[in-house]
Write a protein that binds this ligand. Structure first.
Ligand SMILES: Nc1ncnc2c1ncn2[C@@H]1O[C@H](COP(=O)(O)OP(=O)(O)OP(=O)(O)O)[C@@H](O)[C@H]1O
Ligand SMILES: [Mg+2]
Length: 279
């Protein structure tokens, strides 16, 4: 097994020609810079959510996970020859997934149910949380370095042909499904990002994580009703670093313990409300 890719959050290992071991670490990135302090347990929360969502989505699109791999994760964790980050060995089965290796489509499929985040920056005349009915598909480039950039759908179509329409339709259907599921848990799904890929046989797969606080913006329904738009993700960290005047260039500042604890709590709240399990 070899380390193929160390992303901002995940360590991706090649298990064999067809399969990857994706380990969700506790790393936190904001403004595309990784912070020196991990958020303890964050990777376990991300993995629990992705494992909970993926099997529910297969009527819409096939995914890169077949629901298995736990026993193999336990074997890998116990084998001292497995080249794992020692910090993540003990709870590997809770933070890792064995998935089908895919050729990832080099666009991020972003869907927005409400105006927030980068949409507001590029549309300063639009009020925060203005609903989009139907939701908007706002794809972006998948930058290997630096920031992803929102692009017109036509640019994605020019690059991918009819696949662009297929990905847009799948992304919108996934969003609608998840938004209803979130609503039932008292959560508003504001926006989200997906990645798709092609399996070795050429068929389409939903890959990566999905509907986690790293890939999505969630706000509690009760908060929305009273006009409070606090999103349950790393917004606390963004607010903190903006307060202390960090200019978003590396290195990222250290985080005070209360900011770390509150961030963890926010990730855990979403996971508990949706899955019903506390970690
Ligand atoms: N089934 C899969 N097959 C191949 N690659 C995958 C699969 N699922 C996820 N990935 C890739 O694994 C990586 C996950 O790591 P992470 O999310 O930490 O990366 P990232 O910081 O977002 O960096 P990147 O710029 O590479 O996306 C992503 O590059 C994602 O595209
Ligand atoms: Mg990613």
């Amino acid at each position: 097994m070899k380390l193929l890719h160390q992303g901002k959050v995940r360590d991706v290992y090649e298990l064999d020609a067809q399969r990857l071991l994706i380990v969700a670490t506790d790393r936190l990135s904001a403004y595309d810079v990784i912070f020196p302090d991990p958020i303890p347990g964050k990777g376990v929360i991300l993995t629990a959510l992705t494992r909970w969502w993926l099997p529910q989505l297969t009527d819409i699109v096939a995914t890169h996970w077949d629901g298995g791999g736990d026993a193999e994760c336990r074997v890998l964790a116990a084998d001292p020859d497995t080249p794992l980050d020692p910090v993540y060995r003990a709870d590997l089965p809770q933070r890792a997934m064995i998935v089908e290796r895919c050729q990832v489509v080099p666009f991020e499929c972003v869907v927005r149910g409400y105006a927030y985040g980068s949409y507001l920056k590029s549309h300063p005349d639009v009020a925060p949380m203005t609903p989009f009915d139907p939701p908007l598909f706002t794809p972006s480039t998948k930058a290997t370095e630096g920031h992803d950039e929102t692009i017109p759908f036509e640019q994605m179509q020019a690059a991918l042909g009819p696949l662009a329409d297929e990905l847009r339709d799948k992304a919108l259907a996934l969003f609608q499904f998840a938004a209803a599921r979130c609503a039932a848990a008292g959560i508003v799904l504001v926006d989200t990002k997906f990645e798709f890929g092609h399996a070795a046989d050429g068929t389409l797969r939903l890959v990566d994580e999905c509907f986690t606080p790293d890939s999505s913006r969630f706000i509690l329904q009760a908060d929305v009703e009273r006009g409070v738009y606090d999103s349950f993700d790393k917004q606390i960290v963004r607010d903190y670093v903006d307060r202390v005047g960090w200019d978003h260039t590396p290195p990222a500042p250290q985080l005070p313990p209360d900011i770390i604890a509150k961030t963890r709590e926010r990730y855990a709240t979403i996971q508990q409300r949706l899955t019903g399990d506390s970690i």
